[in-house]
Design a protein around this ligand. Structure first.
Ligand code: ACO
Length: 428
């Protein structure tokens, strides 16, 4: 392969280096383009723009491949736990038994929130969206961690990562308890990461919730599958914020805000709302799909399509199998699972979806699993954020550890008014 590429502009030829990743993806390094030619590249939505090199996650969207640090997602889903996956994603390899134990201990010792943070929860109205609370509380948490604002060494980084991953779970459960007017439950140091979260969500002071192991495992699986996904909207946001030198808490809080939208993490809510709409309206699945395809329709089949996957999202296959298994084991009949299956069949055989390569994404079946766990709809995206925390931290770390990292600052092509004079108010 040639190591450079030639671009002709205004009758002049310019050579630019080619960059190849470890999986042979190729890019043209145009970082000197503007200085040499006066031109910039324009790529609305960044579909063709590599914003960085990264060694965390590999996706082949055409083949439906996803690997964290080289390990296929299917293997992590089958054998891994969320805590060891988090360590893998952040530190680049599977932890040894000692490292895993140390990280587990850190998660346990950091599970409590500073007692004065409890009063922050009381400042939110009862119907406040848990994503707003989560983002605000991650930022608020930083005020109680002054020694984590500048991270100088690996040990401090590990402590900061453990604090965020552990406390996010406590904040998430507390925001739910506040929203339903129940007392906040303290975490239990004798419980695993997932069981502890379920305890804080569903126990009440006079009744301990003891989750079925199937639910525990499903939660761990859900979090593993969401742990990272290369340069998606929220992760790019985290990297952008991190590039200014902002601390890990501020950067992750920004990630939560980006994740909230229905075209990104909020899609898991939108999928269940769509399935509920179909069920309650009595409309047939075929008619709903017709509506989506109608000319000028703004409706989308939520949980379908992906910027990178032009094939099955491997996470959706794993989640569908897990949903089938879990519902059968717990003897839960969810009519939405049936509607989802029908929608998938119709869409996968419809030329509109085939031509545009639209397949189910991670959000299509994740809502069914969360419903079966008893997670309320407005908490779905919060669960996604809990799972994504290791990925955001790993991406923050990549920027923080890179001595050559630059402030991220894209350019634009201005299309507004040309220069004209200010008109005094009396003459307008
Ligand atoms: N339903 C119907 N049509 C769709 C869908 C969909 N879900 N997704 C894309 N299309 C159509 C578009 O209308 C467009 O059609 P056109 O060429 O006739 O104009 C074509 O497919 C390409 O769509 P784009 O919007 O250009 O694709 P893009 O890569 O920008 O969008 C996205 C990706 C945002 C995920 C999109 O597929 C979508 O909106 N899906 C539904 C929301 C969703 O499930 N989001 C979760 C994604 S996974 C995640 O973030 C965790």
């Amino acid at each position: 392969m040639s190591q450079t590429c030639r671009i002709e502009l205004d009758g002049k030829s310019h050579e630019f280096p080619l960059v190849e990743g470890t999986e042979r993806e190729r890019a043209i390094d145009i970082s000197t383009l503007r200085d040499r030619t006066g031109y910039i590249t324009l790529d609305d939505g960044y579909g063709n723009t590599g914003s960085c090199t990264s060694s965390i996650t590999y996706i082949d969207g055409d083949k439906g491949i996803l690997r964290y640090r080289g390990i296929p997602i299917e293997q992590l889903a089958e054998h891994g736990t969320f805590v060891e996956t988090a360590w893998l994603v952040i530190w680049g390899r599977l932890p040894t038994a000692d490292e895993l134990q140390r990280f587990r201990t850190r998660l346990t010792t950091n599970e409590m929130l500073h007692e004065s943070l409890r009063s922050h929860f009381e400042g939110f109205p009862p119907n406040a969206h848990p994503m707003a609370i989560l983002s605000a509380m991650i930022n608020a948490m930083s005020c109680y961690e002054p020694e984590m604002m500048e991270i100088e060494d690996e040990r401090t980084l590990e402590r900061a990562a453990a604090r965020i991953i552990s406390k996010v779970r406590t904040i998430a459960a507390a925001s739910y308890k506040m929203s339903i007017g129940q007392p906040l439950m303290y975490p239990r140091p004798d419980f695993s990461y997932c069981k502890n979260f379920l305890h804080m969500m569903f126990s009440v002071p006079y009744n301990d919730y003891d989750p079925d192991p199937e639910i525990n495992r499903a939660l761990s699986l859900f979090l593993i599958l969401h742990a990272d996904h290369e340069q998606n909207c929220s992760t790019s946001t985290v990297r952008m914020v991190a590039s200014s030198g902002a601390n890990m808490f501020a950067s992750c809080a920004a990630g939560v805000c980006a994740l909230w939208g229905p075209l990104h993490g909020g899609a898991n809510v939108a999928v269940v709302e769509m399935l509920e709409f179909i069920r309650q309206s009595g409309m047939s699945v075929a008619d709903y799909v017709k509506r989506v395809k109608a000319k000028d329709s703004k409706l989308r089949l939520m949980g379908f399509g992906h910027r990178v996957y032009r094939n099955f999202d491997p996470r959706s296959k794993i989640l569908k199998a897990a949903a089938d298994k879990m519902l059968a084991k717990l003897n839960i009949q969810d009519p939405l699972l049936e509607i989802a299956g029908e929608l998938e069949d119709v869409a996968l055989n419809d030329p509109y979806f085939i031509e545009r390569k639209l397949y189910p994404n991670v959000d299509f079946y994740s809502g069914i699993i969360m419903r079966a766990m008893g997670i309320p709809l407005n908490m779905f995206t919060v669960m996604f954020a809990m799972g994504r925390m290791p990925g955001w931290i790993a991406n923050w770390k990549e920027i923080h550890d890179n001595p050559k990292a630059r402030l991220q600052r894209p350019r634009q092509i201005y299309t507004g008014e040309n220069i004209h004079d200010y008109v005094p108010l009396s003459q307008r």
